[in-house]
Design a protein around this ligand. Sequence first.
Ligand code: NAP
Length: 528
Amino acid sequence: MITGKNYIGAEKSATGNKTYKTFNPKLNSETEWTFTEATSEEIDTAVAEAAGAFKIYSAFSDTKKANFLRAIAQEIEALGDTLIQTYMKESGLPEGRAKGERGRTMGQLNAFANLLEEGSWVDATIDTAQPNRAPLPKVDLRKMLMPIGPIVVFGSSNFPFAFSTAGGDTASALASGCPVLVKSHPMHAATGEMVASAVLKAVEKTGMPNGVFSNLNSSGIEVGQQLVMHPMVKGVGFTGSIKGGTALYRLANQRDEPIPVFAEMGSINPVVVLPSALEEKRDEWAKSYAGSITLGAGQFCTNPGLILGIKSSTLDSFIKTLGESIVEIDPTCMLHPNIFKGFETGKNELSSQGGVNIVAEYSEDAAPNYAKQRVLTVDGANFLKNTKLHQEVFGPFSVVVSCENADELAEIIEKLEGQLTGTILGSTEEIATYSYVVSALQSRVGRIIFNGVPTGVEVCPSMHHGGPFPATTDSRFTSVGTSAIKRWVRPVSFQNWPQAALPEALKDDNPLGINRLVDSKFTYDKIE
Ligand code: NAP
């Protein structure tokens, strides 16, 4: 049942007087639920409880935390069709997507549980003592990763499950041993409340400390700001706009004790179409990109918003087929009227820039909040001198740039802002011929794709979903895949520490049976 209240640990609370409602974009009307924004006092209580829970939770074994994560996945599934219907109502996204994203969310929770059960993620590193070393004896040093403290997670608008309440940020933080305070996304607060109720059932069933998880409502920036500024909060996970992410990053750096903000923000995901791709598979690529640009109404951080090619008749014919294919696709509903408005404003702003032509746009009537896709073209010189054209337009939209030659193509890539992904369409031989273009692209992105589309992010240990600023605030870390746990930990070295008092991961007899770097060699062996 949706109560509209904040979940402060196990306690449901609504002492404030600021309320708001969520919106059904398909019906173009408000939903039946009303939510009460968290007050300053409620935020303080939730953070204090999280700080208290940290002392207990961070000391739990990985097996115990893994049971908790698995229980969350089970409780989410147990919410059944009501959860799916709530998600669809608040996001306008179809049932297949809702079920797929729920599966991904449960898969992420279970993947972190597997990681914990295996145990080697703590990067245990041991250098044994050499008392007889000359001229000075060497001390015994043992290092491992340890959780940093309560984490604030900002639910994203475009993934109500997978990047929200119990999404990747929450799963990775809980796996690391950190309590989580979710700042619920106001566009899908009911979906958020249902998932929060599942997490809290799992807290109770697996004996986790109260305060290990809280879910706070808000419809403005104040709740998030207070959470980020709270001295007991030690890290932040965010997915959303460049404006929001950088504002929070700056705020966190103004604290007396600055804390890390891992913000995943905008990206236009450049795609470089090399000559052989145009000669051999022009129509195939044009059609597959029409699909990728419009997938999920273009509301993906990996949406291909920029396509770069070298001027030729084959590039013209690729653009023509892309335009013809994209207008054949029926528009779909966007997440919210505000996202729809942002899309309309962004696409019109970019379309009105100098040297820009509209190659294709969906021109039939569409229901309110349904995104009409558009593709623009511009030449390389105009793109280079106008950085407005580099901006992300969140929705089914892309700009195709016709470059004068390969040098101009490389120059454009070098001047691009940091990106989550970059794609090369071409042949294996062209990777060598255009090595300077490829290396320029590699230096701007976190994931480089060969002959594919950037949409569709595999969740697995080798995925890197992060890129140079402004794609993310820290390109060294990923928000997708099990390496995401590394954002919430810090290394601690134990020097000459007694065996009995060492964490299990660092004891001589390796009771956890994990892989460790002992005297510079990876081994599962005990230290004799
Ligand atoms: P957003 O505006 O960045 O907001 C995300 C969350 O951060 C919201 O909960 C918002 O709170 C909070 N927030 C924003 N600015 C803040 C600030 N200065 N201080 C504290 N909290 C702040 O993103 P959105 O609402 O999801 O969507 C808006 C636009 O962001 C989209 O149209 C799109 O352009 C972009 N976006 C991009 C991606 C991507 O993956 N590239 C994903 C999602 C959105 P309140 O809502 O409560 O104010």
